[in-house]
Design a protein around this ligand. Sequence first.
Ligand SMILES: [Fe+2]
Ligand SMILES: [Fe+2]
Length: 319
Amino acid sequence: MIRVEVPRDFSETLNRGSVAKRCYPWDVNVIDWSAPIDDEHEYMPSGFSFLHGSELEPRLSLKERSFLTRWEFTCLMRNQTQGEHILNQALLGVLYHIDPYDPAYRYMLHEVAEECQHMSMFNDWVRLNSDIRTRGLGQDQLGTAVSVLTPVIATRFPALLWTLTFLFEVFGDQMARRAASDPNKRLHPIVRQLMKAHVIEEARHVAFAREWLVRLLETMRPASRRALARVTETTLATILRLNFPFVPLFYSAQIRPLVSRRAFRRALQSPHRRELLQRQVGGAVAVLREIGVVRERTLRRWDRSGRLPLDRVDRHALD
Ligand SMILES: [Fe+2]
Ligand SMILES: [Fe+2]
């Protein structure tokens, strides 16, 4: 049996939230799927495309930028679907072992249902753009290994599950919030609406993961807390070192006429991209620092080495 750490009244509040504030992606006032896909729009939120800040960007016409950002958004949606699938496997794995009389049981089912809806709206986007050939995490050895291991990690080490869940959700949330309030008039309406629908439900998921983690940390022995800090910091340091976000983007021959593999790699390693990732990690780390998962001395070390300057450890850095 896995003990639920979230207070019952907190779970009940989230349960009420899941009923009152939900986004059904096939309500026309949530997403108008009839908006045509064309080459007059852009498809990635400002600052989040691999093109932004790269040497490629000024050379491209609107039509080319439109295609490339649509390719990128569609690939990311494919991989985000796989990421949410893995998260659902973990949540259902834990659910099997918790007390069904605790309101968290129902809340976790709400969360899985919401994630399934996110998966299906992302999948609708992927199928709507069937001219884009995506390559997903499911075809990737790393993705397959993660999907097999996650339910095991989730049930054996819930503290690690909630930390990783928190990181995954915060990363997705940052891009979604930018899309929802992006001043770029060319951003395609479906992209904006889809991301907005995601933001509203993710806020609850982030709150639940954070709450479980905070309460669990209070009960953990110092040695276990140190182990959690070490694993979390190593994960974050690897993401920063490789400049590799949670939802990966793989090169495809489909964009070769516009972007060579070398130019793609260079764009992913551009200073703009590095700074974006530092701000994304910094937003999540700001909260993990408050909770006590990431240690001050590690942050000082990262600041000295330039891996993560302290002024980027700010939860509102991307607002
Ligand atoms: Fe989601
Ligand atoms: Fe979520």
